[in-house]
Write a protein that binds this ligand. Sequence first.
Ligand code: ADE
Ligand code: ZN
Length: 323
Amino acid sequence: MVLKAELHCHIEGAAAPELVEAQARKYGKDVSHFIKDGSFVWHDFTSFLKAYDEAADLFRTEEDYARLAEHYLTSIARDGAIYSEVFTSPDHAEAAGLSPQAYTDALGEGMARAKAKTGIECRMIVTGVRHVGVESIEKAARFAARSGHPLVTGFGVAGDERMGTMDDYVRAFEIAREAGLGITVHAGEFGGPQSIRDALDHIRPARIGHGVRAIEDAELVKRIADTGIVLEVCPASNIELKVYPSFAEHPFVKLRAAGCKVTLNSDDPPYFWTSLKREYEIGRDEFGLSDKDLTALTRTAIEAAFCDRRTKQALLAKVDAKR
Ligand code: ADE
Ligand code: ZN
């Protein structure tokens, strides 16, 4: 089995429909309008985000979040994942009635349980959500900077790319950078190449969430390749959200051939009927990657991970031992 590593998964978006239904029963809520026959139901980016927010609202206590993290991370570890960075969202926790610190500690507890069971190494990237607003993004950055949780190692911005502009978020990212956190930002998913250029110019991230629409601008592709910015590519997400009509038209292969550092990720796996395992299968079956190529992607992800050098070396040694 090819060992795997992921850099881009939203923890609220990793909740399986069965788990969300169990939470709904626990809190006496009806989810039949967005879960049908054991599957999430949505039809465009707006309705996807709405289903996601409603599902997240059913995780309310520390134990709910600890179980969510443990459940998800244990499942990917069984599929060969040795490293996972998940996006966390203090906004979603607060909306569900839990403080950002209690939420983060609870996810950390779930990560500790998953690691004890399977050995999987995990970190958290605190995110602000664009459609919640600029002020909340700065608040999330201030929280990330002072949380002191040893597994919080990054800061990012996700949410609806149609809201706000990159220069709105400069202050939030400066707070995070000053605190020594790794920086990633969603861009070039629904926004075109200009959204990526704006991210590079204003935010100076080490990684871009998605970034696939860079392919529309050859200069930008060269800039990404030359500067070694890592792209957190989420192929199934892009197909399901109709960023591309088919895997054949997805730019993964071209970006990789142009020398961009690409990685494979699942974004919000059950919403897109995917998993980290399936993303690697897509790499093999749709993008023509060999096991050696896939292992190289795992190495790229580990090298770009927001974790300390010793952890990276230990993870890379595991990958090498398996070859
Ligand atoms: N939040 C969760 N999934 C997302 C995505 N694919 N794009 C932007 N924000 C998100
Ligand atoms: Zn995402």
